[in-house]
Design a protein around this ligand. Sequence first.
Ligand code: PLP
Length: 440
Amino acid sequence: MATTRTIQLRTEIPGPRSREIVERAGRAVAKPLALTFPIVADSARGVTITDVDGNTFIDFAGGVGTLNVGHSHPDVVAAAQEQLDRFSHTDYTVVPYEVYVTLAERLGALVPISGPVKAAFFNAGTEAVENAVKFARLATKRSAVICFEGAFHGRTFLSLSLTAKSKPYKDGLGPFSPEVYRVPFPYEYRGVTAADALDALERAFAEQVAPESVAAIIVEPVQGEGGFVVAPQEFMAGLRALCDKHGIVLIADEVQTGFGRTGRFFACEHYGVEPDLVCVAKSIAMGLPLSGVLGRAEIMDAGSPGAVGGTYVGNPVAQAAALAVLDVFESEGLVERSGQIGEVVRGRMLSWQERWPVIGDVRGLGAMLAIEFVSGSAAKTPAPELARAVIDEALTRGLLLISCGIHSNCIRELAPLVITDAELDEALGVWEEALAAALD
Ligand code: PLP
């Protein structure tokens, strides 16, 4: 039963109605769409989700980083409804609409790229990645793409080829795209420094692919699915220098790090390093399907008419929502709030690490933080079973947490940035109780 103010648990978890719908899903929905939680959403607002049994949870998964402005923010709902009332679709390249142009202008002004910037919009993060590579290939007339160990860039075939986790993402799905080369990503906790990673990249130029054949290097400033591993400053600066030296396009995949998650609007701003292209999606439109590529005009303009596009790309309802999302960021100071949330969460995570040595590492930027579970802090053996146990204990107490990491042995914090201090305190208290229940 309810013991806290926001979380309200009225049935066992999952409740009877959720169980019944999940059973139907087992019969009607394809198995690979496996469910993280056995609860079924009925409504959601701000930082909470209420299920079909009337239980209210605090949502630290945030639709996997898609809900930085919170669930169903009223201003965003109103903007989307108003657009839906006027028209829902024309195909921008058949009959254009102003909201597309305004969004391109506003995001172009925010992205940390100097000089003329242009935008193109799509539906999902994976499409932004695929199209960024298309722009890079068209502009350089080269084919190879370099990506990193631990990377996640999506699940369509080119982006899946760039992704680094075999199970469950790649197993049984080859052959993958040719001309994709993978090199180490700096991972301080596991002994890979920025210098090691840059050396490996130089070796790859000598051993695997000549730099003159490389169209793009694609990097997540903070690896998302890979375990919230933060790229060091000297690594990002080193990538920029190598790209400049060899005429390679530097693509920052900010699908998970963008929209204030790391304490800046774009994570690249932490580095003072300008990418050439930036991929955005997730929190851009409060969960409505929208993604984009923002980049240097000369790269974005390189293709001939029709080289990129798609029936649904840049949907006007999602774009109206995206403009309202930008307004909410400004009016509610969400970028600054991300930094504050990050300080509070990091402080709690560090105290947990002192209490439970199986928490081997605490890392992240701003409000993009994770803890990594290991068995034996010396061996640092990944311990996904501990992460799973904590997630299960948190669920029964009303907090939704999700894992990340190549071994799924990390738990990440992706709370909506509209979370209040009281909600944050309540959620961290529940997280701590779940740790104690699973680990003591
Ligand atoms: N790139 C990054 C960094 C991501 O985190 C994700 C999704 O988690 C993607 C790309 C793919 O986005 P989508 O699932 O919208 O295709």
